[in-house]
Structure formats: structure tokens, C-alpha cells
Write a protein that binds this ligand. Structure first.
Ligand code: GLC
Ligand code: CA
Length: 528
């Protein structure tokens, strides 16, 4: 599905606890997001994805939901969320919440019922196996419930898996997808979606979207069938609602009904070779490779000025995904997210300008992670709320040079997480005042995207120059020619296009059939 309003959408991801605190308790809140809508709009983002805001024991920073229909008190009241939707809409902005359909918190009322020995409505809401000494591909918890049996986990120990059934049940206790209990789970999640859509939310980013139905299902046909069913409900009752998947396989996800799918920083996507290619060259563990505390080794990221990258490593993966999904939905490039090392960890300010020039001129629907507009650093800090290595990407926003960098009027010790204490820690106010800052450069790039339809979600995309281990990378979007040379060396290639330069970082010239690019430069040319 490709919702019309996505055509010119640029998303801003907000980690609510770290964005802006309006009551001085040290934790960001919903009113803080509302207060900053004009800021986000001014930068050039017109849509939000907000990480989970629901009531939770916060053992996985809110991805362990205790009550899907109640805003966590630390963020405010439900009314504050409704007001946020309304204020966003007044500004022509859209808001996606985070839907966590695969698991709940172990403290959710459904799970507490499910643990009881006496059979009840929720007995099969979760995946329970009836014998204790199982070893297979899934983690289970044994010995915690009054009920005789063990339950499957989706992620952490605090996150029991909701039961959407098995694609092909092989054991007596495994339910099929169309078992009444599994259909009830599905309806319960639709009910959660309706609850928020009825109150003004515009759709959802869907957590672990590829992981609902269990059992062998290589093509994810079971899970896809569920999303198609959800999409049918939306088409009928909420025709403008948007679904964005955490799946990282656009040909599958877009056919299942998602409007957008992220390319994530894991070894299966060429995406990681662009900005964080230490990942592919170090033996790391963890789903999104963030468990390493120091980098070390060589960095092969295409956007590093050393110029050791290989654009083909990205394209060989991307082009296939793009061609096989563009008819159905969009690919979403991210600057980063709450699970991924900050992009500033590997790229310096100038490298970031070029990375953003590329990222926000590609097809699909891009996402900016809060703080990446000023190049906030990844901090090596102790874990909080199940963050572990991800914690360093989740620190409070740096608004200005005032107390707590403008994030909160509370005590420093009460802040959700410590802030960057470096003397040159970036902040929004300083960068807004500096015409050459990353913030202002990004603002120009986003303005360019909004003014040129060819640069937006549906504009066509073709590769013009992309050679193995060579720089630059030159591509076409509709009637525009774009090129990026992240390497600290000038470069030239044969090129017969001529036209009017719309935007440049560094200098590029076109004459005598040759395109000459400065070291570390970018251009966007309107072809004549
Ligand atoms: C997703 C979220 C991550 C969370 C996990 C379990 O990957 O992005 O933050 O811990 O799912 O819900
Ligand atoms: Ca607060």
C-alpha cells in the first residue's frame, strides 16, 4: 500500500523519554513533543514516529507493554496524546505510534490470566508448550507459573510471545493460525489499532513485524497473511492509515500490506556498508550489531573520507529490494534509530552532510532519528531499561547551552540518561545560528526534497555511475542528476549531462564530457 500522504513525507523518530521534559522530572513527555512540533516542521520533517508511550514496567524501555490503551504516567495522560495528534494535524503533520504486536510485558493482564492453572479466556493468548524440558529454536520460560507448562519468549525474558499460531503445527500444543484462540489474538491487536486510530493517530511503526506466526515458514506466508488481514481492516475503516514495518525485507513486507519498510543496520542489508561498515568487518554479535563498546579495526563505510567503501556492496542488495517492492510500497532509509549506534559514531560532521544529502535524496520515505540533525554522539554509558549497547544512542536531546542542555529544568541526577559532557557537545540553538552547521545543511537538503517532486518517494531512480570500490556515486532521480563523492580526493568521470545546478556541497563542474567533483562533495543538477 502506498498512502498518498507519504509522497512527500520525511519522518522524525522521537524517543519520548529523551526528547523534551516539560515538568522537570528529568524524563521527556508528550507535552514536550507537542511543544517542539514547530521546531520539527521548521527543520523540514512533516511526520513523526514515536517509540512506545504505553504503560509499561520499562524492562525494555516500553517495548514491554502492560496496557496498550493507557499512556505511561511518566509521559502524561491519554489526553496529552490526543492533543499531540490534533496539534500535529493543524500543522499538516502526521503521527505514527509504535505498535508492539508480537509480545506483551509479563505484567500485562492477559498474561497474568494466561498463567493461571484454571482454563480461561486467555489460556491460549500466549504460546504455551505443555512439557518442561524442551530444546528447540525458541526460548521458553519454565517454572514461573501456577499453570503446568512453559511459555515462549519473543525477545527478553519479560516479553512472552503472543499466540498467532504456527504456520504448520508439528506438536500437539501448537495451534494453527486459524485456531479460534489465535484469531482472538489477532482481533485483540486490531482492537488496539482501532483504539488509537479512532483518537487521531495516523498509523503505526510495527515492532518485529515479521515475527508473529511461529514455525518453519521461509517465505513468511503465515505472518504476511495476518498483515494482509489487518490491511483489509484498515482499507475499509481507516483508508489513510500507514503501516511501517521493522522487517528489513521490503519485497516481503510491502506485499503483505506495509506502506514502508526500514533498511536496518544488520548484516543482511547493504545499508550497513554505507555508514557503519565496521559491522561487516568485525565479528560482532547482537541483532543490530551494537554490542561492541569500541570500534577499532578498519572502517569500510562508503561515506568515510578514507574512501575504502564499495558502493556496489550497497547497490547489489538495495537494487533488488527496490525493484521488487517499488510497485507495492516504499523503502525507508534511516539515519539511525534507538537500536543502532548513532551515525555520528563513525562519521564526522562533513561526512554526515554528504551522507544526509544522499539519504534524503533517495526514493522512498526517509527517517531522521532525533539528535542526528546536530550529530549527537553515541555515548559509552551503562545500560538503562534493557538498552545495553543501545543505551548510548538514547541520551537526552541537546537543545541549547543552558541547564541540562535545555532538555529539562530538573536536577542533573534525575535525567533519564546522562548527556554528552564534551566541551564541543553539539546543540540545536548553536547550530541554528551557524549557516554552515549540519543542522542548516540538512534543512537545505530537506527543502530541496520538498521543492523537487523528482526527489520524493515516487520519483524514479537509476544508477548512472557506480563502480566497484570507486568514487563518486552518480544517480538519476527523474529529471535530476545527483552525485556524491565522500572521499577526501577529487575525482572525475566521463559524463555528457548538462544542466542547471540546484544544490552543491563543495564544487562540481560539467564540461567537455567530464564531470569533475571536489573532494567530499555533492551536487544536484536539473538536466536540460
Ligand atoms: C524492536 C525494537 C527494540 C525492542 C525489540 C523488542 O527491535 O526496536 O527496541 O527491544 O523490538 O520489542
Ligand atoms: Ca517529564
Amino acid at each position: 500500500m502506498k498512502q498518498k500522504w507519504l509522497g512527500d513525507a520525511v519522518f522524525y523518530e522521537i524517543y519520548p523519554q529523551s526528547f523534551f521534559d516539560t515538568n522537570g522530572d528529568g524524563i521527556g513527555d508528550l507535552d514536550g513533543i507537542t511543544a517542539k512540533l514547530d521546531y520539527i516542521k521548521d527543520l523540514g520533517c512533516n511526520a513523526l514516529w514515536i517509540n512506545p508511550i504505553y504503560d509499561s514496567p520499562f524492562k525494555d524501555a516500553g517495548y514491554d507493554v502492560r496496557d496498550y490503551k493507557k499512556v505511561a504516567p511518566r509521559y502524561g495522560l491519554n489526553q496529552d496524546a490526543y492533543r499531540l495528534f490534533g496539534e500535529a494535524h493543524k500543522r499538516g503533520m502526521h503521527v505514527l505510534l509504535d505498535l508492539v504486536p508480537g509480545h506483551t510485558s509479563e505484567e500485562h493482564a492477559w498474561f497474568k490470566e494466561s498463567q493461571k492453572a484454571s482454563p480461561n479466556e486467555y489460556s491460549d493468548r500466549y504460546v504455551w508448550a505443555d512439557h518442561c524440558f524442551r530444546i528447540d529454536q525458541y526460548p521458553y520460560v519454565a517454572g514461573e507459573s501456577e499453570r503446568d507448562g512453559i511459555y515462549m519468549l519473543n525477545f527478553f525474558k519479560c516479553q512472552p510471545a503472543l499466540n498467532y499460531g504456527f504456520y504448520r503445527p508439528t506438536e500437539r500444543w501448537q495451534k494453527s493460525m486459524d485456531d479460534p484462540a489465535c484469531l482472538k489474538t489477532r482481533e485483540a491487536m486490531k482492537d488496539v489499532m482501532r483504539f488509537w486510530l479512532d483518537r487521531g493517530c495516523d498509523g503505526f511503526r510495527v515492532d518485529m513485524a515479521d515475527y508473529l506466526v511461529k514455525g518453519e515458514d521461509e517465505k513468511k506466508e503465515g505472518t504476511s497473511a495476518i498483515w494482509k488481514d489487518v490491511r483489509a481492516m484498515l482499507d475499509q475503516d481507516y483508508p489513510e492509515a500507514v503501516l511501517v514495518s521493522e522487517w528489513s525485507n521490503p519485497p516481503f513486507s510491502t506485499k503483505a500490506g506495509f506502506d514502508c519498510d526500514f533498511l536496518l543496520n544488520n548484516p543482511h542489508t547493504g545499508y550497513s556498508t554505507l555508514f557503519r561498515d565496521y559491522v561487516n568487518h568485525e565479528q560482532l554479535s547482537g541483532s543490530q550489531n551494537i554490542n561492541n563498546s569500541s570500534l577499532g579495526g578498519e572502517d569500510y563505510s562508503f561515506f568515510r573520507k578514507e574512501g575504502k567503501g564499495n558502493i556496489q556492496a550497497f547497490l547489489s542488495d538495495y537494487l533488488d529490494k527496490y525493484e521488487n517492492s517499488k510497485e507495492y510500497g516504499y523503502i525507508s532509509f534511516i539515519t539511525g534509530n534507538h537500536d543502532t549506534p548513532r551515525i555520528r559514531r563513525t562519521l564526522d560532521t562533513h561526512e554526515l552532510k554528504l551522507a544526509y544529502a544522499f539519504l534524503f535524496t533517495m526514493p522512498g520515505v526517509p527517517f531522521l532519528y532525533y539528535g542526528d540533525e546536530i550529530g549527537m554522539r553515541y555515548l559509552n554509558i551503562p545500560t538503562k531499561e534493557g538498552g545495553y549497547g543501545r543505551t548510548g544512542s538514547r541520551t537526552p536531546m541537546q537543545w541549547n547551552q543552558e541547564k541540562n542542555m535545555g532538555f529539562s529544568t530538573g536536577c542533573k541526577e534525575d535525567l533519564y540518561l546522562p548527556q554528552d559532557s564534551a566541551p564541543d557537545a553539539p546543540d540545536v540553538a548553536s547550530q541554528m545560528a551557524d549557516p554552515n552547521s549540519l543542522w542548516n545543511t540538512l534543512k537545505e537538503i530537506l527543502a530541496l526534497r520538498h521543492s523537487e517532486k523528482d526527489l520524493q518517494a515516487d520519483g524514479s531512480f537509476q544508477v548512472v555511475y557506480a563502480e566497484e570500490n570507486q568514487y563518486p556515486f552518480v544517480y538519476r532521480r527523474g529529471n535530476l542528476l545527483l552525485g556524491v563523492n565522500p572521499k577526501a580526493e577529487k575525482t572525475s568521470i566521463p559524463c555528457n549531462y548538462l544542466g542547471e545546478m540546484l544544490y552543491q556541497i563543495g564544487e562540481t563542474t560539467l564540461s567537455d564530457g567530464t564531470l569533475r567533483m571536489d573532494a567530499q562533495s555533492f551536487f544536484c543538477l536539473k538536466i536540460q
